[in-house]
Design a protein around this ligand. Structure first.
Ligand code: ADE
Length: 262
């Protein structure tokens, strides 16, 4: 197991910070003074400290399988005590707009359907469709998000706030749905809204990591910045939004949360 400790000492359980996109991970790594790289399953796991807390940061890559592999390595090889996923998502519910943040209370795979053998969305033989996140970590992330969103210009500068029209961004808490599709048509996001009216946002990894963490009994939390409305405009400005807005939100949020830990 890779650890931050001297040989022979008990390993300190680390917290895993997982990002889906390169820009977000590099923003986190820039704040880790002592990171060391361990390469497993074609991924770079960066072990070090953030805000004085032992962490391992990794790029999951995109999609549910890639995310599940990453989570499994974190649990099996690094013995992490919690996994926090940060990244971007498409807004689904009315009022969940670009620049808002969503802290998940539950996650579901919107493209999983083994009916009529099992109920639609249920992970076969698990009895679950919706996987709950850890309440304490999610509460702390939500508190940090509210603080951050009170003054986005303090973090991003006024020009970025103007450019992306980030006026009065809000924090939402509730269901995030995941699937192996970038939702980029109004028809598809309408269909998701009809099928899952309480879904706040859609992305491509979170529910898979939630399932893995559930099976291992390890706390999981997810926080996403809304980069698009999962409609015909979803791809527009996406890359620039991730590097200019979401990556800075993610790292500021994770740092604020870690700073509150004992
Ligand atoms: N992540 C960010 N936006 C997304 C979208 N529209 N669909 C799926 N994943 C996303």
């Amino acid at each position: 197991m890779a650890s931050l400790n001297e040989p022979g000492s008990e390993p300190t359980p680390v917290i895993a910070i997982v990002a889906a996109m390169h820009e977000e991970l590099s923003a986190v790594l820039a704040q880790m003074p002592d990171e060391r790289r361990t390469r497993i399953a074609g991924r770079d796991f960066w072990v070090g400290h953030l805000q004085g807390q032992p962490v391992v940061a990794v790029l999951s890559r995109i999609g549910k399988v890639a995310a599940a592999i990453t989570a499994t390595v974190l649990l099996e090889r690094f013995g992490v005590r919690a996994i926090v996923f940060t990244g971007v998502a498409g807004g689904l519910a009315p009022g969940v707009k670009v620049g808002d943040m969503v802290v998940a209370t539950r996650l579901l795979q919107h493209d999983l359907d083994a009916s009529p053998i099992f109920p639609k969305y249920e992970v076969p033989l698990s009895g679950h469709a919706r996987f709950a996140t850890d309440t304490a970590i999610s509460d702390a992330l939500a508190a940090a998000s509210v603080e951050l969103l009170r003054d986005p210009a303090a973090l991003l500068g006024h020009q970025v706030v103007e450019d992306f029209n980030l006026r009065a961004p809000r924090l939402h808490r509730g269901l995030i749905v995941s699937g192996d599709r970038f939702v980029s048509t109004a028809a598809e996001s309408d269909a998701l809204r009809r099928a899952l009216p309480d879904a706040l946002a859609v992305e491509m990894e979170g529910a898979a990591v939630a399932q893995v963490c559930h099976d291992y009994g390890v706390p999981f939390a997810a926080v996403r910045t809304i980069s698009d409305r999962a409609d015909d405009d979803a791809h527009r400005d996406f890359t620039r939004f991730v590097s200019v807005v979401a990556s800075r939100y993610s790292v500021a949020l994770v740092e604020r949360w870690l700073a509150t830990l004992p």
